[in-house]
Design a protein around this ligand. Sequence first.
Ligand SMILES: [Zn+2]
Length: 344
Amino acid sequence: MSDALVEGLLGWVAHPYGDSLKNALDTGWGARGIGRRAFLKGAGLAGMAAVIPARVTGAQETVPNASGTERPTLKAPPLACDCHQHIFDPVRFPFPRPGTESDATVADYRLLQRRLGTTRNVIATPKEYVNDNRVTLDAIAQFAPNARGLASVDPSITDAELESLKKGGMNGVRFLLLGGDAAGTINKIQTLASRVNEMGWHIDFGISADQIIATEDLLMKFPAVIAIDHMARIPEPAGVNHPAYAIVRRLIDKGRTWVKLSLAGGDSKVGPPAYTDVVKLAQAYVQAAPERVVWGTNWPHPNEATKPDDAMIFDLLSEYAPDEATRHRILVENPAVLYGFAKS
Ligand SMILES: [Zn+2]
C-alpha cells in the first residue's frame, strides 16, 4: 500500500462523516483531486465508492472564501508562513464605514491553515477598517505567538500608539496606494517611515506597476525597509519585460526591499491551474533574490473576481522554487527575518 493510499484512508477514518462522493465531486474536489492522488490512480471510482462509502475530505476541507477542497501536493514545512492575508469580523468589529466584505474570521482562516499546512500568518488590516486595527490585533492575539500584523495608520500617529501596536504584534505599516496618489502619500509618510524604521518595522506597499514607475526616485531613497505586495502587480504578458520589474529589481538589489509572491491570479492572463505567466515572474524574483521573497495567499481574496484554490496557489511554489531549500527559505526563514518570528 502506498503512503498516499494510507494517508488517504487515514483521512477518511479521521473524518467519518460528510457528503457523498457525488457531492464531493460536484463541489470541485474531483476537478482538483482526481488524478492528483496516487491512491486514486489504481482505483476506479466505483471501486473506491465500494470500499469507502463516503468521500469526506471534500466536505471537510471546504474553506470559506476559497475554492477547491483538496490539500496541496506540496507539503508545507513546519513554521511555514502565509505572509499576506486579512481578517474581517464585522460582527465583533463593525466596519467604521460601510463595507461590502463578508466574514473572514480567525476560525475560517484556521480551516485554510489546516488545508495548506501553514502555521504562521501575517495579517494586514483591510481597508474597510480604515485605521482601526482592533480586528487585526484581536486575531494576532488568537493566533499568538504565530501571527504578526501590518497596521493601517495615519502618519500623525503618536509614538505611544505605535508602541502599543508593536506590543500587540504589529510589525509594519501598510499603505494601499492602488488607485490613489502614490507620490503624494509616499511624500507624506517620510517622517513616519523613519520612525517605523527605527522601531525595526517596515512599510508594506500595495502599489501598481505604473505607480512604481512614477515614484521610482521616492522609492529608491525611501527611509525604511519596503515590502511590495503581490509581485509588484506587474502586468502580463509583459512580466519581466515590463519597466516596473527592472525598478523593483534595482530596489531589491539595494538590499532594503522585499517582494511578496502573492495574488498569483491578480495579473495572470493564463490563470489556473498553470498560471504560467505569473510563474515566470515569480521564478525571476526567486532567482534574483531568494533572500528577499516571501509567499502569501491574500485570503479571503478581497477584490479577486473569483476566489482561487489556495492549495493550487500553494503548489505553485514548487515551480517558483523547485529547490526545497529555497522553498524553506521563502516559507520559513525569510518570514522570520521580515516579521520577527522566532527562528524555530
Ligand atoms: Zn490583500
